[in-house]
Design a protein around this ligand. Structure first.
Ligand code: ATP
Ligand code: MG
Ligand code: MG
Length: 551
């Protein structure tokens, strides 16, 4: 863990700075506001903002908003909140590709005047057909040789809404025989009679991703335009625009391998389906791999940043990251920083028959075993308490070191008790245990025998009711969307959420949303930021205690 994971982009940038080729780097994070950010985006955020931070540069937040039909203000707000929560701040104002629509339009006219763009009347299907395939060259559109005047006139009329949506497009005139299909006269503008969240009804045409991205980078003075490997084949086109337009700067595109995480979907489209079909409770459902879902689940921003550092940045595609690496990152953060508490998830009543009704003792217990900066907790003890149902077995095997009839166990921070009697209801279920206390065991071993087990417990009179939500992976297979012929919804885990009516120690009554604790022996928990209220506490289990990440 102390040796840093490889990050080839950081190394390259460092060399450029040391070699004097670059003085100040400018990066950008360019989300499309068509969904919430997920853990894959976190990788890109940490890379872009992290580089700027480490190399004394700056990073812009730019919404890539060229597709108004799928975009919403609510997504813009959520994305800004997530980036800030992760601990990053963008340089200057929030930017939008749509800020550059006027400039992009002028550049489209420039290409037409240079004989490098034309308005095409082919239908979308025809364009696809004419474009050819990897093995067959494309053929030119019959509209490819229109005059400059005609092209300028049509483009202007497209802009003001004279034509229907698939009647015309603007295309670059590059090379219909190029082995790189992206260079076979790519589309620059499409007609869309849509209202845009930033520009309203001003535009009836919208620029394509390819025509927008590099030029936006150039306008903003981006030095390193970092994107995922799917865009490698678009790089010649990215450069073609920069070389054929009077842009103010020449940014460079650098590609890296996207994050794929096992048991997890990292596609906004698929995550949106889970939301729309109400399979989860919104984009920030604690089971979602979204930044806001992970936050609600109890992940800290520091743990997500640490995970992104651990996975490194390479060009090697196709690898699946073990989700145990992500849970390791949060577990080690909470191990060091979350105060401890006792909480009984499945309460079983215990009556201590040799303790008087009004007897009370209060223990001062450290908030954290290794952190004396954390306040002590008051843990009250009395005649009636709860232990977890799983800590009692009627017919216990030899190796069961918890409670069983006639057996002894230690109550954490308190006495050793013995189970004398088991009370059942009419259905034969155990509903109460009658036990006795050995008062000679506080802080010391009992005389003449070994008691191995220690269980957590909560005073029945002082404990506070807590709704506890236990989560498991949303999907039961490593790659839910691997097989294109199988609907990924078939792999949903029916037990991804289990709700318990638990009882917590009294100190938990003070918990405010997003307070995190280790519930001893049960895992790490976080008070739900939306649902938890005083007197109505709701805790999400962030992660269990057992770490399965093999370094
Ligand atoms: P999705 O496939 O989920 O829709 P996207 O790439 O279309 O993702 P954008 O909003 O365009 O979504 O992404 C913003 C930035 O985040 C892009 O630079 C993109 O390359 C990066 N990104 C998206 N997914 C991942 C991932 N899994 N790993 C690393 N970076 C990613
Ligand atoms: Mg995208
Ligand atoms: Mg996408």
């Amino acid at each position: 863990e102390t040796t840093p994971a490889p990050n080839f982009i950081r190394n390259q940038v460092r060399d450029e700075i040391e070699g004097g080729q670059v003085t100040k780097i400018v990066t950008r994070f360019p989300p499309e506001p068509n969904g919430f950010l997920h853990i894959g985006h976190a990788k890109s955020i940490c890379l872009n903002f992290g580089l700027a931070e480490q190399m004394g540069g700056e990073c812009h937040l730019r919404f890539d908003d060229t597709n108004p039909a799928k975009e919403e203000q609510a997504y813009i707000d959520a994305i800004k909140e997530d980036v800030s929560w992760l601990g990053f701040s963008w340089a200057g104002p929030v930017r939008f590709a749509s800020d550059y629509f006027d400039q992009l339009y002028a550049w489209a006219q420039h290409l037409i005047r240079e004989g490098k763009a034309y308005v095409d009347d082919l239908s979308p299907d025809e364009i696809r057909e004419y474009r050819g395939t990897l093995t067959a060259p494309g053929k030119p559109s019959p509209y490819r040789e229109r005059s400059v005047e005609e092209n300028l006139d049509f483009l202007e009329r497209m802009r003001v809404g004279e034509f229907g949506e698939s009647e015309k497009v603007l295309r670059a005139k590059i090379d219909m025989a190029s082995p790189n299909i992206n260079l076979r006269d790519p589309i620059l503008y499409r007609i869309r009679h849509a209202n845009h969240h930033q520009t309203g009804d001003k535009w009836k045409i919208y620029p394509s991703y390819d025509f927008t991205h590099g030029q936006s980078d150039a306008i903003e003075g981006i030095t390193h335009s970092i994107c995922t490997l799917e865009f490698e084949d678009h790089r010649p086109l990215y450069e073609w625009f920069l070389n054929n337009l009077p842009v103010p700067a020449k940014p460079r595109q650098i590609e890296f391998a996207r994050l794929n995480l096992d048991y997890t979907l990292t596609s906004k489209r698929k995550l949106k389906l889970l939301v729309d079909e109400q399979i989860v409770d919104g984009w920030d459902d604690p089971r979602m791999p979204t930044v806001s879902g992970m936050r609600r689940r109890g992940y800290t921003a520091a743990s997500i940043r640490k995970f992104c550092e651990m996975i490194g940045v390479t060009r090697a595609d196709g690898g699946l990251v073990d989700i145990a690496m992500l849970t390791h990152a949060i577990r080690s953060d909470l191990e060091d920083n979350a105060p401890r508490a006792m909480c009984v998830l499945k309460p079983l009543k215990v009556v201590l028959t040799n303790v008087a009704e009004d007897y009370e003792e209060v223990y001062d217990v450290p908030g954290h075993p290794a952190r004396d900066d954390m306040p002590m907790r008051k843990v009250p003890f009395g005649r009636e308490l709860y232990i977890d149902q799983d800590d009692f077995m009627e017919d216990a095997p030899k190796k069961f070191f918890r409670l069983a009839p006639g057996k002894e166990v230690r109550l954490r921070n308190s006495y050793v008790i013995r189970c004398d009697e088991v009370i059942k209801n009419d259905a034969g279920e155990v509903i109460e245990l009658r036990c006795s206390v050995d008062f000679d065991t506080l802080g010391k071993n009992p005389e003449g025998r070994k008691v191995k087990g220690v269980v957590h417990w909560v005073s029945a009179t002082h404990g506070v009711p807590i709704e506890v939500r236990l989560y498991d992976n949303l999907f039961m297979v490593e790659q839910p969307d691997r097989d294109k012929d199988v609907d990924f919804l078939e792999h949903l885990n029916p037990e991804s959420l289990v709700i318990c009516q638990a009882i917590g120690e009294p100190s938990l009554a003070e918990a405010v949303p997003e307070d995190r604790f280790q519930f001893e022996r049960m895992g790490y928990f976080c008070a739900d930021r939306h649902l938890s209220k005083p007197g109505q506490l709701v805790f999400n289990r962030t992660v269990g205690l057992k770490d399965s990440w093999a370094k």
